[in-house]
Design a protein around this ligand. Sequence first.
Ligand SMILES: Nc1ncnc2c1ncn2[C@@H]1O[C@H](C[S@+](CC[C@H]([NH3+])C(=O)[O-])CC(=O)[O-])[C@@H](O)[C@H]1O
Length: 322
Amino acid sequence: MNWKSAIYQALIDTDMEPWIAHLMPQLEAWENSARRGDSTKWQQQLKQLPDITPASVELKASVSFDADEALSSGHRSHVKNVLKQFMPWRKGPFSLFGIDIDTEWRSDWKWDRVVQHIETLEGRKVLDVGCGSGYHLFRMLGEKAELVVGIDPTELFFYQFSIFKKYLSNSPIHYLPLGIEDMPSENRFDTVFSMGVLYHRRDPIEFLYQLKNQLRSGGQLVLETIVVNGDIDTVLMPGERYAQMRNVWFLPSNLALKQWLERVGFIDIKLVDESITTCEEQRATEWMTNHSLADFLDPNDISLTIEGYPAPTRSVFTAKKK
Ligand SMILES: Nc1ncnc2c1ncn2[C@@H]1O[C@H](C[S@+](CC[C@H]([NH3+])C(=O)[O-])CC(=O)[O-])[C@@H](O)[C@H]1O
C-alpha cells in the first residue's frame, strides 16, 4: 500500500476522515510532481533498503531500529551508502541496524528540553508543523500518542522520514509533504507542535492563527522559536541574512511573543525553557558536511552572528486554546 492510501485507510473510520479526505487531492498533486529529478533517485534508493522486520524499535529514549543479527560488513556498507544518498542529514540522530546517522542537529537535546514541560501525549492526536526529517514525530510516538502527523513541504525530509516509516508501516505515524497553509481549519488535534518555524514565516501572527485553527478547544500548543533580549516592544527584523539564513523574518523578545500569543487568543501561556544554541548542538558531521553554526557566528565573539546580531537563543512556550 502506498503512503497516501496508508494514511487514508488509517483514518477512514475516525473523526479525522473529513480532514484527510480534504487533503487527498493535494497529496495526489504532490505525488504527480514528485516523479522527477531527485525524487526519482530517492524513491529508487528507498527500494534498496533491506526488507527486515526489526527485532526491536526504541522510540522513547532515542530513535533506534535493531535487527536480530548484525548486518554483514558488505551489507552494512551497502545500507550506509544508500543512507548517504539522502544527505544532508540535518535533524536526528537516528540509528538503523547498527548504522548511526549523526545529524547536524542534536534534535534529541531539544526534545529533552521540551518533553518535560508538556501535557502527556498518551492517547492524543498530535500535529508537528515543520517536522523536518520527522525525528520528533518518532519521539512523540514513543510517548504513546494515538496519532502522530507531521507536515513539512521539503521533499528530501519526506524521503528521510520514509526510510524509518518503512519499518513501522502499521504504526499511527504519518508525514504529509504539505505546508501549514494547505491545512483545513478543522480544530482536530489535541497537541500542536511548531518548533523552529515561526521565524521563517513572513506573517507570524497569521501563522499563530493557523496553528490555533488546528487545535481542538482545550488543546495544547508547543511553540519553539528564536528570541532576542528585550521588553514587550522588542522585535528584531534582521537584514537579508541572519546567521547566514536568508529566510528569517521576525525575532521577538519573550514578552513580545507572549503578547502575540495573547492577542491571537491563547490562554495559560507559559515560557518553559530558554536556551542558547551551542556549537555542540548544531554542527557539521559526516552526514552533513556543509557549513554549520560555528561558521555562522562571529569568530571573535560567539554571542553574535557573523552579521552582528545576537546569536540564536531559543525559547519554548506552551499555551492552550480556549
Ligand atoms: N509553510 C510551511 N509549513 C510547514 N513547514 C514549513 C513551511 N515552510 C518551511 N517549513 C519547514 O520548517 C522546518 C524548519 S526547521 C525545524 C525542524 C524541526 N521542527 C526542529 O525543530 O528541529 C528549522 C530550521 O531549519 O531553521 C523546515 O523543515 C522547513 O521545510
